[in-house]
Design a protein around this ligand. Structure first.
Ligand SMILES: [Zn+2]
Length: 207
């Protein structure tokens, strides 16, 4: 399998993929369910890319699923990941080609889809408000995701005061898109310590 052209296309599908994948993991917390859903969604997410064979989208979907899952902070696991091992060489391949792993996707170069910062930020955007506070209190949330959490709390407070829930989501998504593109928490937030201090003051949390 080979892919080209992804970088030149819009980033929107990447952001959409990350949000949908994290939403799935938050609601199911089940790797096999994620893998099945990703394979079923492969054409929608990766169909526009050029692959050398028709199984390419499914193979990429299976790799992205495992890579993202292994970094996903699971609410049911105190917001720690529960990584799955690399498939055994004689296992049937996770891409569902029907071949053994060693004859199929084991031959592909190793691949990392989203960083922990990306995934945590998508969690901070989508987690129900009640769970968001729990996630913050684990002190595992990286600064970039804390910024989103703080933004949500501030917006919720603002909207409650203004009597409007309407504007709450859009500014959050814009902030996240910017951070995902820059790929750097520090470019948005400055040094880690000052970000933590600011979030602690904003949210009345001992961070
Ligand atoms: Zn495969």
């Amino acid at each position: 399998m080979a892919a080209k052209g992804a970088a030149s296309s819009s980033n929107d599908y990447v952001e959409q993929l990350l949000l949908e994948m994290v939403a799935h993991m938050l609601s199911h917390e089940d790797f096999e369910a994620l893998l099945t859903w990703m394979r079923d969604s492969a054409q929608r997410f990766f169909g526009h890319m050029d692959f050398v064979d028709e199984g390419g989208p499914r193979a990429l979907a299976a790799m992205v699923a495992r890579s993202a899952w292994n970094r996903m902070p699971l609410p049911g696991n105190h917001f720690k990941p529960r990584p799955v091992p690399t498939p055994g060489r004689n296992d049937s391949c996770p891409c569902n080609s029907g071949a053994k792993y060693k004859h199929c996707c084991a031959e592909l170069p190793s691949f990392e889809s989203f960083s922990a910062d990306d995934i945590w930020t998508a969690v901070a955007i989508q987690l129900p408000a009640a769970q968001l506070r729990v996630a913050i209190e684990t002190k595992r949330m990286p600064p970039i995701a804390l910024a989103e959490a703080a933004r949500r709390e501030l917006l919720a407070a603002f909207c409650a005061r203004a009597g409007s829930a309407e504007v709450a989501e859009r500014p959050i998504a814009r902030g996240w898109n910017r951070s995902l593109r820059s790929g750097s928490a520090s470019s948005v937030l400055g040094p880690r310590s000052s970000a933590r201090g600011a979030v602690g003051r904003l949210m009345d949390v001992d961070y």
